[in-house]
Write a protein that binds this ligand. Structure first.
Ligand SMILES: Cc1cc2nc3c(=O)[nH]c(=O)nc-3n(C[C@H](O)[C@H](O)[C@H](O)COP(=O)(O)O)c2cc1C
Length: 202
């Protein structure tokens, strides 16, 4: 299934084609592809090159997968069970082992996931990020130290048939994707005033 962005201005084809599917295929994902995804995340930029991202990787049938799956919200479990690979994304929340709060670590971890997602698209894979999971349960399941914070879970796999989903999710899977207008988020002069970079072109 294809749910391309209805973009106004040109953008990279892989970004246009990215979306967050729920109907994944049973097809296993090649380990070398997973390694490429992690390489892309590894080369993401980060504040002071702190590289605060950590990934727990589970393949369907293994213990890590089961533990990650167990942390998911029920609304996610109903479709995630179709997906062959789960990743728990964890961020390191302190700098240089002092107690100084490293406030941009979530920004950095999110960016590493963006890199991973772009690489996934290049390899024919899809990524669906989730915050609908229990971080405390993840911490217990994996013995995650207190300096680290579970942030999201990623479902990774090949796209599957919509018919694999329960009826209510089929409707969501087939629905239009939407985005804010540029004027809602591109400003000049004062916060909230639309930038002329947009009107010049429209
Ligand atoms: C941080 C984050 C958390 C999300 N959590 C969930 C989730 O728990 N369950 C879910 O089905 N989708 C989740 N999503 C997917 C979003 O709903 C989706 O990205 C958004 O609706 C835009 O759709 P698109 O990715 O297809 O463009 C999450 C996405 C992000 C980035």
């Amino acid at each position: 299934m294809i749910k391309e962005a209805t973009n106004i201005y040109p953008m990279h084809d892989l970004l246009k084609k990215r979306w967050s599917p729920r109907a994944f295929s049973d097809l296993p994902v090649e380990k070398e592809k997973i390694r490429s995804l992690l390489e892309a995340a590894r080369w993401s930029p980060s504040a002071a090159n702190m590289q605060p991202w950590r990934f727990m990787i589970g393949f369907k049938g293994d213990n890590t997968y089961e533990k990650i799956f167990d942390t998911l919200a029920e609304g996610n479990k109903v479709w995630v069970h179709l997906c062959p690979v789960l990743m728990l994304v964890v961020g390191k929340n302190v700098i240089n082992d002092t107690n100084e709060h490293y406030s941009v670590f979530k920004y950095d971890v999110g960016q590493s996931v963006a890199h991973l997602t772009f690489q996934a698209m290049e390899l024919g894979l899809m990524v669906h990020q989730m915050s609908g999971f229990d971080p405390l349960k993840s911490t217990e399941h994996f013995g995650i130290p207190s300096k680290f914070e579970p942030l999201t879970v990623l479902a990774v796999g090949y796209i599957g048939e919509v018919d694999r989903l329960p009826e209510n999710l089929k409707v969501r899977e087939l629905s239009q994707r939407s985005r804010n207008e540029f004027s809602d988020f591109v400003f000049m002069n004062t916060f909230g005033e639309t930038s002329s970079v947009l009107s010049e072109n429209l």
